[in-house]
Design a binder for this molecule. Structure first.
Ligand SMILES: Cc1cc2nc3c(=O)[nH]c(=O)nc-3n(C[C@H](O)[C@H](O)[C@H](O)COP(=O)(O)OP(=O)(O)OC[C@H]3O[C@@H](n4cnc5c(N)ncnc54)[C@H](O)[C@@H]3O)c2cc1C
Length: 295
């Protein structure tokens, strides 16, 4: 059974009433690739598919209560065209620019990237750095969870069956704040514009009023552990010390301690460990530069 939801109410009522697991379909760019068997089960007997891609209420980006409220079926293309995200969530814009091809960016959604929970999810990595939350609904009950704790492992989240992610919420901070995202890909696959990250990093920094030091930093690494990971020790190193090349280098080297990379078709664990400091340095320098020019 295939159902095209026309409104959030229709989607939530259907999910609440369902007695079996409903397959929620947004852009389908992950679902179609990894769950072909599950989709096949939808016909003729079980696992209805609920298509939420046309729910207009879930496809807008708003500024409200000091946060960016991004509907879960907002696509990468929508992000690239959004002024509020450009202003307050540049790391997410940069991650969206580097995601897939034009076709993928036209239909792939942020909600899908978060729920898919890939260790190499680019928007996901940026959203954790931006301290994002997911808003979830079941029946009439809405609740929120920090994205970092929402993730449970590779392709695993804490989302209970038939609960729907409605929005992604990103807090907005005033002052000298900057963010950045960087992803390293294999040269061969990047030629096709469809490369999955070998290593990625996202950083958000808030500078002091005189811009001499970092008051707060968040640094997240992707594709180097079962989920994107916070480099907390690096964040601590960066805080409240004068910004210098040595400070950035020290924080970048410390980031290697949180990673647990594996060998896969894209790169070896050793290679990933070796490139992490350079990538972190790059992303931190970009975020600091942007913070210096912000406010
Ligand atoms: C060729 C190609 C290139 C790609 N390149 C990249 C890349 O560079 N970087 C990257 O990070 N990813 C990449 N991807 C992966 C994919 O495009 C993204 O993860 C995309 O954001 C998934 O969104 P979607 O809307 O297509 O999700 P879907 O496939 O529709 O759904 C993914 C999962 O999330 C669930 N889901 C979706 N929305 C909700 C919701 N609102 N509530 C509850 N559950 C929900 C679905 O049930 C499913 O389990 C690529 C994929 C392809 C095929």
């Amino acid at each position: 059974m295939y159902i095209l939801a026309r409104s959030l109410k229709e989607a939530t009522e259907f999910l609440f009433a369902a007695s079996e697991r409903v397959i929620i379909l947004a852009g389908g760019t992950d679902l179609m690739v990894f769950n072909r068997d599950l989709i096949a089960q939808a016909e003729p007997r079980k696992n209805p598919i609920l298509d939420i891609s046309r729910v207009a209420e879930m496809r807008n980006i708003r500024l409200e209560n000091h946060q960016l409220a991004i509907g879960s079926v907002v696509t990468y293309r929508d992000v690239l065209l959004s002024r509020p995200v450009q202003r307050y969530g540049l790391a997410l814009v940069e991650a969206s620019q580097r995601t897939g091809s034009t076709q993928i960016r036209n239909v792939g959604t942020l909600g899908g990237n978060v729920v898919n929970a890939s260790p190499a999810g680019d928007a996901l990595t940026a959203l954790i750095a931006l301290n994002g939350e997911v808003e979830i609904v079941y029946g009439q009950e809405y609740y929120r969870q920090n994205i970092e704790t929402f993730l449970k492992g590779p392709k695993k989240t804490g989302l209970p069956e038939n609960h729907l992610v409605t929005r992604l919420l990103v807090p907005i901070y005033q002052g000298y704040v900057g963010s950045s995202f960087y992803k390293l890909v294999n040269r061969a696959s990047s030629q096709h514009g469809l490369a999955i990250s070998v290593v990625s990093a996202a950083a958000v920094v808030r500078l002091s009023k005189d811009k001499s030091h970092i008051e707060r930093a968040r640094l997240v690494l992707g594709a180097v552990a079962p989920t994107p990971v916070r480099a907390r020790q690096s964040e601590e190193i960066l805080q409240e010390r004068p910004i210098s090349r040595d400070l950035i280098k020290e924080a970048a080297l410390a980031a290697v301690q949180v990673i647990a990379p594996i060998d896969d078709i894209r790169a070896t664990a050793t290679y990933r460990r070796e490139v992490v400091p350079a990538i972190v340095e790059n992303v931190l320098n970009h975020a600091i530069r942007k913070a210096t020019r912000s406010s």
